[in-house]
Design a protein around this ligand. Structure first.
Ligand code: DQA
Length: 146
């Protein structure tokens, strides 16, 4: 199967960005592990990061021309603001898991609300980079066999 991982704004800075919340692992390292784990399981995973809301929306929309079976997304700050990105995911109707590196329920009050969680297959928050790997395992379990 084909899986798409989408990272929202400022996640390109992982490694140096607020390590107390986000750890020291780079986005490249997270993506490399996910690609390798998917490949080992006989699937194909690609990763995409953008800082712009419309760029993320266009990436989601363009999945209609591909055969993407599952999306893992960390909408980053757009989690708390973007009805438009939520609508894009609802429009393409591809199942997705929402991932956050930090525990969004243990920080500022404005991070507690997500525009994505109620339409996600599931949500993982606060487990760092491992959250993406757990999301991949859950996605593959739903998609098996390759
Ligand atoms: C985040 C949490 C968001 O509140 C924040 O804006 C981010 C990253 C996380 O992965 O913990 O940019 O989605």
């Amino acid at each position: 199967a084909k899986l798409l991982v989408i990272h929202g704004p400022n996640l390109n800075l992982l490694g140096t960005r607020e390590p107390k919340h986000y750890g020291s692992t780079t986005l490249e390292a997270i993506n490399a592990r996910l690609e390798q784990q998917a490949l080992q399981a006989g699937h194909c995973l690609t990763c995409f990061q953008a800082n712009g809301e419309h760029v993320l929306i266009e990436r989601v929309q363009s999945t209609v021309h591909e055969d993407i079976h599952f999306i893992i997304i960390n909408p980053a700050a757009f989690t708390h603001t973007s009805i438009a990105l939520r609508d894009a995911l609802a429009a393409v109707a591809i199942p997705f898991i929402e991932v956050h590196l930090s525990n969004i329920h243990g920080r500022e009050a404005f991070r507690r609300h997500s525009y994505f969680s109620d339409i996600a297959e599931g949500v993982i928050s606060g487990l760092g980079p491992m959250g993406y790997e757990l999301a991949l395992q859950a996605a593959l379990a739903r998609l098996l066999p390759p």
